[in-house]
Design a protein around this ligand. Structure first.
Ligand code: SF4
Length: 365
């Protein structure tokens, strides 16, 4: 295990589309939360832990934390684990709560990558989804990060909001010119019980329809490709050398441990998640804990691997008892160049990412 995830479940305000484990207007609870979070880190049984080379602080809005609060978490991490010198350490930030003083402090702590929740640079869309920042604040956040010395900047954007593609491309261009090295483009999901669900039920025309979303996504893929961004996962694009090392571990089946409310882990053959309820989390309760069967492991390796450019190792599957080269569907898909092979690994031709689910099903044992 060499990857750690930390969950910070606090946000200044709940965005209209959000169904993540995050709580608004609860900033007075942060100190108590950090007390329990650091206790969890300290009591982790780490017999099998190697040097840590990726840490990801996600949320929620980790940039809401005051510097002393973040320091407490890092002190606990560094006391408990051997963090490698060249570790990739990412923090998610919201343009609204990022300041130059915080960014400089991140740099001092060893944080060397920031994932910025921009979501859109269209002011009407930002209003619709109830983000607290303006387009100019988002662009300013990138300047702040660069001034602090953090160059490895990723930006999250949503696809599905009503906007012409030329306007979206203009915004992508602005972000590229600002020095963004990585993009995550997510399809906007209408989650149950959110404000956005209510709004869309009242007016279907608020968002792009499914076909328009697919077309938008394909154009965005092309646009980023022309600008030297490699698509290394269905939703993720990076300039060479700026791929998220942490996320690659999720997609290639490596072990990781999550600390904090609702944080998931895959460790010692088990998948488990902490409770999403403050009281239960503080009592050490889990949402679930399951021992993965060989079949589960095989399915995960195929499902995760085929969504990214690293693909899946045939040898890893064989070690789990599945020889994929004996699957007639696999041989046929290779013949049709839908599945490509490189040494021991096989991966999905990116032109078929849009139908990846149908292909994955054909490859399962
Ligand atoms: S900032 Fe992120 S986690 Fe917080 S409410 Fe908005 S979408 Fe949810």
């Amino acid at each position: 295990m060499s990857a750690i995830y930390i969950h910070i479940p606090f946000c200044r305000q709940k965005c209209a589309y959000c169904a993540f484990c995050s709580f608004a207007k609860s900033e007075d609870k942060i100190d108590e939360y950090i007390f329990h979070l650091t206790k969890e880190i300290e009591s982790f049984n780490y017999d099998k832990v190697e040097g840590i080379d990726t840490i990801y602080i996600g949320g929620g809005t980790p940039s809401l934390l005051k510097t002393y609060q973040l320091k407490r978490i890092f002190d606990a991490l560094y006391k408990k684990f051997k963090v490698k010198k060249d570790a990739e350490i990412t923090i998610e930030c919201n343009p609204n709560s990022l300041t130059l003083a915080k960014a400089k402090f991140y740099n001092k702590l060893g944080i060397n990558r920031v994932s910025l929740g921009v979501q859109s640079l269209d002011k009407n869309n930002l209003k619709l989804i109830e983000r607290l920042h303006s387009p100019s604040k988002a662009l300013k956040a990138i300047d702040i990060l660069k001034e602090s010395g953090i160059e490895n900047i990723s930006v999250d954007l949503l696809i599905g909001l009503k906007e012409s593609f030329s306007s979206f491309a203009f915004h992508l261009q602005q972000l590229i010119e600002k020095g963004v090295k990585h993009f995550s483009l997510y399809m906007l999901q209408i989650e149950r019980g959110t404000k956005l669900e209510k709004l869309v039920n009242e007016n279907r025309d608020l968002l792009l329809n499914d076909d328009a979303c697919v077309e938008f996504y394909q154009k965005a893929v092309e646009f980023l490709k022309k600008n030297r961004f490699l698509q290394y996962e269905i939703s993720n694009f990076a300039l060479r050398g700026f791929e998220s090392r942490h996320n690659i571990k999720y997609w290639t089946g490596s072990e990781y441990v999550g600390f904090g409310m609702s944080a998931h882990s895959f460790f010692s053959g088990k998948r488990f998640a902490n409770s999403s309820n403050f009281k239960e989390y503080y009592q050490g309760k889990r949402e679930f804990c399951e021992q993965l069967t060989l079949q589960d492991r095989i399915e995960e390796l195929i499902m995760l691997g085929l969504r990214c450019s690293y693909g899946t190792s045939k040898k890893d599957l064989k070690n789990l008892g599945y020889n994929i080269e004996e699957n007639a569907n696999f041989l046929e898909l290779v013949k049709q160049k839908i599945i490509k092979e490189k040494g021991d690994r096989f991966y999905l031709n990116p032109s078929f990412y849009g139908v990846s689910n149908d292909i994955i099903i054909k490859l399962l044992p």
